[in-house]
Design a protein around this ligand. Structure first.
Ligand SMILES: [Zn+2]
Length: 158
């Protein structure tokens, strides 16, 4: 009996994103659809409440490579846009105001960098199934983290 096989085992899955057998794991996401949206004013502040019908959850196997690639793209795209705005604004127009959107994009790339592997995996998992779910009328997806922040409809503070 070779226990090393199970102890140090790297889980090989067949990735639904790139359709290859690779190291990875299953990620869970939740899905549903928007039912209604209402707004009210509390002390002059607009408060929007969106209600969803929850459809359920699905598990999708995604490889580590796809999750890494997602992270790289998520960081490079806003960084590239920030650089483009800086070059366009400063060099061509000599306009300092472009520093503001460039800085916001820079912060966005930092935020992307800070998101967990779990979160990115769940996003890819939803992407993979999104089209099929939309055909069934489910238009919204959540990572487990986002899902846990939704409040049950019965919960009303007033
Ligand atoms: Zn993959």
């Amino acid at each position: 009996m070779n226990t090393n096989d199970t102890l140090g085992a790297v889980t090989e899955i067949s990735c639904e994103r790139c359709h290859r057998r690779r190291t990875g794991r299953a990620y869970v996401f939740y899905y549903g659809r928007e039912q209604s949206s209402s707004e009210r004013f509390v002390g002059g502040n607009r408060e929007v409440t969106t209600r969803y019908v929850i459809g359920g959850s699905q598990r999708v196997e995604v490889c580590d490579d796809c999750v890494k690639r997602r992270r790289l793209k998520g960081v490079l795209v806003p960084l590239g846009a920030a650089l483009a705005i800086l070059v366009f604004g400063l060099v061509w127009h000599g306009d300092l105001i472009c520093v503001v959107p460039a800085f916001i994009l820079f912060l966005w790339s930092l935020y992307v960098l800070s998101r967990s592997k779990q979160e990115r995996g769940a996003n890819i998992a939803y992407d993979v199934r999104q089209q099929a779910l939309e055909k069934q009328g489910w238009d919204t997806g959540w990572s487990p983290d986002e899902y846990s922040k939704l409040k049950p409809a019965d919960h009303r503070p007033f």
